[in-house]
Design a protein around this ligand. Sequence first.
Ligand SMILES: Cc1cc2nc3c(=O)[nH]c(=O)nc-3n(C[C@H](O)[C@H](O)[C@H](O)COP(=O)(O)OP(=O)(O)OC[C@H]3O[C@@H](n4cnc5c(N)ncnc54)[C@H](O)[C@@H]3O)c2cc1C
Length: 179
Amino acid sequence: MDATDADVIVVGAGLAGLVAAHELTSRGRRVALVDQENAANLGGQAFWSFGGLFLVDSPEQRRLGVKDSFELAWNDWQGSAGFDRVDDEDSWAVRWARAYVEFAAGEKRSWLEGHGIKFLPTVGWAERGDLRADGHGNSVPRFHIAWGTGTGVVEPFVRYAEQAARDGLLTFHHRHRVD
Ligand SMILES: Cc1cc2nc3c(=O)[nH]c(=O)nc-3n(C[C@H](O)[C@H](O)[C@H](O)COP(=O)(O)OP(=O)(O)OC[C@H]3O[C@@H](n4cnc5c(N)ncnc54)[C@H](O)[C@@H]3O)c2cc1C
């Protein structure tokens, strides 16, 4: 398959691009995955990251006595984002943010587990902000560390992309910068 035969061109083989590519190839779409870096950089920043994942009202939090909810997390998110043009320039950002917090309070944990990603029993408190309920940052701990840290998060999606390439559904285009 040539890049021009692909149904979708995904620009960037970081975690976002790899997940998007998997969502597409698992539905039979043909993907050209383009990245300015070489094959050793698959996974982008996430490969180097700590792999701390934002989850809301998880079993790990409850075990530690952390009381969390969608409402609290959405309130925290808005405190950090400071959306002030909700009917105008911020409208899509607000929709995306709310959908993401719903995902984090809902199917995100089981979705990740479905890809073999599991969590350490502790929950960290990254980006705790100014410690006010209506201020910047997470008012409770939400930083769930994946086993294997960032490499553990990236691994299944690299594996899927490589399998999709073998199946003829995905082509890698390393060292190609999109302008
Ligand atoms: C050290 C470190 C620790 C971190 N720890 C955490 C953490 O614990 N928890 C957390 O949630 N987040 C963490 N982050 C942030 C998180 O890793 C990133 O937000 C996330 O990985 C971004 O993924 P992405 O796919 O959107 O972008 P990227 O990983 O940046 O991927 C973008 C890709 O696009 C390619 N690209 C860019 N421009 C072009 C172009 N013009 N043409 C072709 N290709 C292009 C790049 O080469 C890259 O591969 C950390 C980041 C770092 C660096």
